[in-house]
Design a binder for this molecule. Sequence first.
Ligand SMILES: [Mn+2]
Length: 460
Amino acid sequence: MKLFSAQIYSERRSQLKKAVGSGLILLLGNDEAPMNYTDNTFRYRQDSNFLYFFGLNQPGLNGILDADSGEEIIFGNELTIDDIIWAGPQPSLNELSRKVGIYRTESPASLPAKLKDFKGKVHFLPPYRFDNKIKLNEWLGIPVSKLGEEASVLLIKFVVDLRSIKSAEEIAEMEEAVNITGEMHKAAIVATAEGKMEYEVVSRIYEKLHFYGAELSYPVIFSANGQTLHNHYHGNKLAAGRIVINDSGAENAMGYAGDITRTIPVNKTFSQKQKEIYELVLNMETSSIALLKPGIQYRDVHLDANRILLKGFSELGLVKGDVEEMLQLGVGGLFMPHGLGHMIGLDVHDMEDLGENHVGYREGLERSKQLGLKSLRLARELEAGFVLTVEPGIYFIPELIEQWKAEQKFTEFINYEKLEAYKDFGGIRIEDNVLITPDSFKILGNPIPKTVEEVEALRA
Ligand SMILES: [Mn+2]
């Protein structure tokens, strides 16, 4: 198991205890999750908050931090001879805990009494796994349905503050995750060909992923029906003239995520019509990235990407009228019904378990109800040390176009007649992972083919 130095974890915990001030901070690890019976489990994934503060990547652990006394304890079972028979020799919990700066371990059986006897407030984060919900319910006597609202907002806010700023060690891990992801994407571009099944190309993505000892950071989206935003079906045959969206990413050994999207022509080259839309999405992506620096609101960057889309569509004759008015009304939502990006780190949507608004919004910054803008996960002002995705897209969703047309929505702006010719177009998305530096930005990882020329060169 790869770990940062004990000092890094100790400092994170000290900062958290100091910020919370008083009470007991309870951080639950994840257990194994059964697939079809208890001992046949899904791939194990530790909770990201537990990883961040305790580093230990194994099931059966919980941690407490006493903000008053300073005491830090990991609860978990010590190895038995049965564990060694079935899982082989391994370091003891006590030895492992010392590697992350924890000098006291106790049996899981002593945790409920400790929580019950504690006189002050017990701070916990919103649970998302059912077994952890049951544990909190039993230990704290809070109904399962109330656990979300009873979670400590104070703790959530300080965890978000700490995890939002990535250290140099974390950025090195993220570069590695993006570099493995880049290899997956290059393999997919090379493997894409007319007549192949989508899953054949997906198998090349998995091959690279596993070659580098990584796991997926989220289920692969690889589809010739890229107009469906999260399309996990891989059973289509790649037909001439289609374009394929590949949105896939690696999670490296320490749990850091990459999240990259490229769009690939099934033919060896993009058609003129595809190229026009592709260049527009590329312009949205590179222009958005060029704006990134501390202090800028990501909501404004999202809007600027939409402005570029609307200007481009005006030139293509797909929309007409005043661009600023269309931007205000949310006309672009028809073509990009999602947000420009999100924070990324130990989670692909970083800290989404703690609540999207705690991560991406701030007091006075309200979430819009408009299609597109309402799905913007990150809207707040950026700070140095943030890592986020920039992922504009343009999609022609026949059902959505039909619905807006039937409702006569924005008929003064949208040329529905001309849109007919795009209903079988599919979708295009381009995504990179970007670090906010003290005065600008840095795209993480080695470059991955992105321009029309680069993608076509690799397809050839
Ligand atoms: Mn993403």
